[in-house]
Design a protein around this ligand. Structure first.
Ligand code: HEM
Length: 149
């Protein structure tokens, strides 16, 4: 039963994380400012919190799941998945710092809007995040079927 609950939570959180990233990509556009920047900061905080929960639930699946931790910890495909997850986290750091900076600037100046160059850079980073994110379910499916062992 615990294995099922953890698997359901894992999938729901993954869907939420992908959805939040898609919303962020839709919001980070030239001219973004004011209320949209506030929403963006809230969405980004939710994205970080969701990623943290995925890590916790994922670790729960490793240590309390039906297959036993050795099934994962001894499999390089599991570590490839974790590496991709860490890379997604690292790629998200710059957009997060930038969004917080924009939010601060928008609080001080109501007419503030980030430059198109900066928006383009953040969108590129988020695009890279999405590309690496897409690798994770591929590694996950292979790992779950024992590829790499
Ligand atoms: C955004 C990050 C993640 C995504 C998109 C993701 C995706 C998936 C998917 C799609 C599955 C189902 C695989 C299948 O049954 O075919 C899965 C299973 C699993 N994931 Fe994740 N995962 C993520 C993060 C993590 C993390 C951080 C951990 C560990 C710390 C983890 C541990 C596991 C485990 C143990 C399973 C069970 C595999 C099995 O059934 O044997 N995941 N993941």
């Amino acid at each position: 039963m615990l294995d099922l609950v953890l698997a359901v939570l894992h999938h729901l959180l993954i869907l939420s994380m992908a959805g939040l990233l898609a919303v962020e990509l839709a919001l980070v556009r030239p001219g973004v400012g004011g209320a949209s920047l506030k929403t963006l900061a809230v969405i980004d905080a939710g994205y970080g919190a969701t990623a943290t929960l995925i890590l916790v639930v994922g670790a729960g699946r490793v240590f309390f799941g039906a297959k036993g931790s050795a099934f994962y910890l001894e499999n390089p495909v599991f570590w490839a998945k974790i590496t991709a997850f860490v890379v997604v986290g690292l790629l998200s750091a710059w957009p997060t710092v930038t969004i917080l900076k924009w939010r601060k600037q928008a609080t001080a100046d109501l007419a503030f809007a980030p430059s198109t160059g900066e928006v383009a850079r953040i969108r590129r980073m988020m695009g890279m995040e999405l590309a690496v994110f897409a690798l994770i379910p591929i590694f996950a499916a292979a790992m779950a079927r024992g590829y790499g062992l």
